[in-house]
Design a protein around this ligand. Sequence first.
Ligand code: CDP
Length: 460
Amino acid sequence: MHLHGGAPEGIERAVDFLEDAARQKVDAVFLLGDVFRAWLGRASLRDEGLRPFLEALRNLTREGIWVVMLHGNHDFLMGDELMESCGVDVIAGRLQVSLGDQRVLLTHGDRYCVRDIDYQRLHRVLRSRAMRWLWSIAPPAVLRWVASGLLSSASRATVAKPMSVMSIVDEAVQAELAEGADVVVCGHVHAARDDRLDIGDRSGRLVVMADFETTGSHVGYDDGRLVLFSADTRWAPPPTPVIAIDGPAGSGKSSVSRALARRLGWARLDSGALYRAFALAAIDRGLALDDVQALSDLAEEIDLRLDSTGRVTLDGRAVKDERLRSPEVSAAVSPVAAVPSVRSALLGIQRRAGTGQAGLVAEGRDMASVVFPDATLAIYLDAPLEQRAARRLAQNPSEGLTLEAVVAALRERDDRDSRRATAPLTRAEGAVILNTSDLDLDQVVERVAALIGDRILTAR
Ligand code: CDP
């Protein structure tokens, strides 16, 4: 950040960042050195220009957010005074934290610039015990004089030295990773990197932030993922990737989404099961399916949720699949699902289904058009009506239905789902249409998996 009292726009930007972190209710903020252009101990606490930033730090720690400040080469005199005045922890060296199952080593990064011999020598001298004692007794005016001398000779040296001398040496990072960290996060060299480095038979990750001062670069950890944000991206976890699969009844959505979710290790949302559970609740309460007011009242009070495995629960109890898929519910679901207040009551549950998941495969009628309009990939599955009916019949041979009866029931449901005013079944713009009549399950899954792989790679 290289903050100094004479550059209020830098201070403002850093304050915005901290305030945003407070709004996001983060657990911790780690500032990896060179937060200040020159920190001179207690004297800097009195710097008027720095005050808004120090106040923002204080507000964070008052909210119970853990704030750690590591020494950089510009602010290695940070110490107890910052802890006492702002409640932050100041650490002179490195800090290893566990984020989920990853051991993440946080450090300023200058220690890896091992080819810069002069710099390393100066580093050792300035931070030696004798010098630290001198710093602690020197009057502020002397400290300021020393700091400005150091700053100008450092900038002269930076201009004169080739980049290869000043950059991070991978071997130095590899040696550190070999001691038991999975990831090293640092800054210092001002050029962002996110690379895998080999260490024996495993690999580790090196994440280097660019300078916050000019690019806003920072690293965020959420939902098991550590992400390097570059210029101008807001501090927010990346959205969960979503595959939206829409299509008429019997087009293969359920089997495809189930197989895909298993293959990708993602969660699955069966939105039809939510509408079916709603229809079941309406039937159990004896509601007439055309009584829009009664259905809207039910939408207000119903306790419909998804449990951690994605199964629908009604009043806290999992609903059996046989009940959801019974012909009675199948006939009732479409009129119930046409009621706008029922649809809006179920919207939030569906949108939250991907929270905390590596990804989400969502199937239904309006996944791409309404629920996930920003889906990473939208698929529209289709097949001729007779073929879909034959598949349905093969799935439920015990119900003793004829092919004609299934064709009639599916046709009626498709018509209703496509004609309704709110969120009808449609081929959303940009959706990839897959006709499954000549493809078996594995072939469809294979195609969708290849498409999502491409989309995710392009997004990166
Ligand atoms: O499995 P199948 O394709 O037969 O139906 P489903 O996905 O379980 O959906 C049952 C019914 O719920 C559909 O016919 C629609 O009326 C309704 N539904 C909806 O309106 N919107 C969704 N996103 C999903 C289902």
